[in-house]
Design a binder for this molecule. Sequence first.
Ligand code: ADP
Length: 878
Amino acid sequence: MPSILSDYESGKILEVNDQILSISDKTNEDFFNLKRSDIYPKKAIIELDKNLKANKNNASTETFILNKEGNKVEVEINSELIIEDDKKYLLDTLCVKENKQVYPSDTDQEIEKLIRESEIKYKTLFESANDAIFLLKDNSIIEFNSKALQMFACSGEELIDKKPYQLSPEFQPDGGSSIDLVIEKNTRALEGKPQFFEWQHTRFDDLLFDAEVSLNSISINNETYILAIVRDVSKRKKDEAELKHNEALFRSLVEESLVGVYIIQDGKFPYVNPRLAEIFGYKPEEIISILEVKDFVLEEDRKKVEENINKRLSGNFQTLNYSFRGLKKDNSLVDIEVMGSFTIFNGRPAVIGTLLDATQRSKNDKEIKKLSRAVEQSPASIIITDTYGNIEYVNSKFTEITGYSFDEVIGKNPRIFRYGDTPKSYYENLWKTIKSGEEWHGEFLNKKKNGELFWEFASISPVKDNDGRIINFLAVKEDITNRKNIEEELRIAKDKAEEMNQLKSAFLANMSHELRTPMVAVLGYSEILKNEISSPDLRDMAIEIYESSRRFMNTLNLILDLSRIESNKEVMNLVEVDIVTVVKEEFEFFKNLARRKNLQIITDLPEKPIITLLDERMLRQVISNVTSNAIKFTNKGSVSLSIKWVTEESGKEYFIIKISDTGIGIPKHNQSIIFDAFRQVSEGLNRTFEGSGLGLTVSKKFVEMMNGQIDFESEFEKGSMFTIKIPVTRRLGIQPINLDPSQMKIEFPENIGKNITQLLLVEDDQSNAGVIKFFLENMYLIDTVPTGEEAVTKAEAKKYTAVLMDIDLGTGMSGLEAARKIKKIPGYENTPIIAVTALAMRGDREKFLSEGCTHYISKPFKKENLIHTIKEAIEGAK
Ligand code: ADP
């Protein structure tokens, strides 16, 4: 029996027997290159496969094969599945059913051959077509080519008898039901209307693909079929979609571009993008194919633009880049920068290009140019570094100062200029500050290229971009070497001045002591003499000596006061005083002087005392200065004093002292100078009045220190009136003392303490001791010793009521030490020790009071002041 052995999986023929060769049209060699499907009709293969699957390993079908003459030989094929070594084989046994072999005539043979050739040709055409081809009968697939299997990813068995909508999704992309559509289209085709349409198919692996389908009805042997040709167009569709997408992308790129895009042909624009229209103030449709290129160009630039367009159209210059002044719709100008190239548009030469509105950029360029010129020509030296501190820019001032050229320092770190031993922390702080975004200021000692040192004051700040990131550091530096030198000179001068000031203070202290000590004798003895001498002439001389020495003391005190005020060393010593008593006392001191000048003295004083806190010495000094001026500058008439206590509406209390005279007055043009130090109305060698020009200066300062004010009114040759206004202040919680003036007056009987009060006077200057003894003679018993040592011995031997202690006792024990020792003697703990000294500089009084003495009076003193102090001391100790 004719048999064929083939591989089950691939269908490849492995072996054939001789019988098969006798009934088949193929040779042995042919078979080995063929598959089963090449010799049996497709339908038979499908049938066998189906039966094999159903019966496991046996199947049979009736079909035909072609013999050598090309005739069909009806056969029954029995297929058996053989499994050997895990491999599957098919053994087909062919049983020839009816041998139709006839021996045809030559003509018949010829015709048969032609038919066979034609069949092979069509079969080849059918099989090698690139489209899937189906033959449909009654809407079912009955024949198909191998491309169909490939396109739908299935086997022939799966495809046979299928209906086209079974190879389609339920719905087509347009929403139509696949079944309905298939039926509709088939019906139409059968009506003789060929159908051509797009369709979506489903492969057997469920993938969808787009296809183009054509349906035609054909008639074979009087039977009507539909021939369906399916072309897979999914790749084309994909390409089309991609093309569409790309086109949309490029279109939006051009349409939404921030630069103007244009095509120029025949002097007009076949295309402009919206941005181009916007730059010129138009809409694209107003330009395209309507306006000419020259409508957009300022007349002066038209020639240039035209030339450039022609150059590009000639094709000789591929791309040209230039600028011109554009003309907008509203006739305003716009700076345009253009870049165009040669192109072919609609088959003819054209220019395609882009253009920019460069107006802002030109403006920015100008701005940048201006700023960079400012930096370049700045009188300060400027360095710009990157964020690591490497120099990127220096201006010419930098080069001028340091001697380093631009190229020598670019890329270098500014630390190359450093000099000296500035601590590391200084630079660390600098970096910390600028890296945190802050500005840093400071000084550097740097070295020039020639080795010379120079000082710089630098402001270093970070430069930030729009997002706030630091991109550079900017150092603006000023050469401060000169300033530094001047500062150094100033420092030296200041040290020197301070040294001189100390010398001056020491000198003043010395002079004060040295001048005061002899004045005790002069003032004291002249005071004694003027009272004691009976001869009028001699008495006048004594008075003259007394007055002159008072004047001398006055000037000395003023100079010392002023120097203390000016060095801010004047300290206020606030005590509660009755200003009526103090002012009256001080004013009346000048009574004698007034009398001698035949001047009338008028006083208008309140009946009640005005108690306030102030510096008594300052107040006395002010009254004394103003009164002495009034008498000095008045030759006839009167000098008056009035004191008033006023309460303002605000409740503030003041006392107002007015001292007026009928003297020479102060001319208007001199009124502004009289409070200035050393200034007088009559100045120069031929001045008519004596005086230092300091009295009012010091008075004003003292009054102001007591929160008050001093003013004056004056009329030339009529007189002057000085007004002193000082607030009344009290210690907190103490009510104003409102005593009867008679009660206020503290009377000290002249002979108080006589016989019982013994004083110890410690004084090394004999004339001073003499004056003191003379002043106190009738009131106290006085023992005098010249040294501290003797004072201590005396005090140990005898109990004195009080001790008058000179402080500067020459070479031995000082007065202070003696005072401290005496304090320690039993019974002396509370004994007053009064410092009587010419050491009258600022702080002396406080020093003596804190270091052993209980009271203080400075030399020279007036008799009544000395007596008053002693009495107060003794009273206080009781
Ligand atoms: P001194 O009186 O020592 O010259 P002052 O500072 O006390 O210095 O006064 C400055 C000047 O003011 C006086 O020299 C004088 O010209 C003028 N002066 C002050 N008081 C009067 C006054 N009562 N009448 C006229 N001139 C006065």
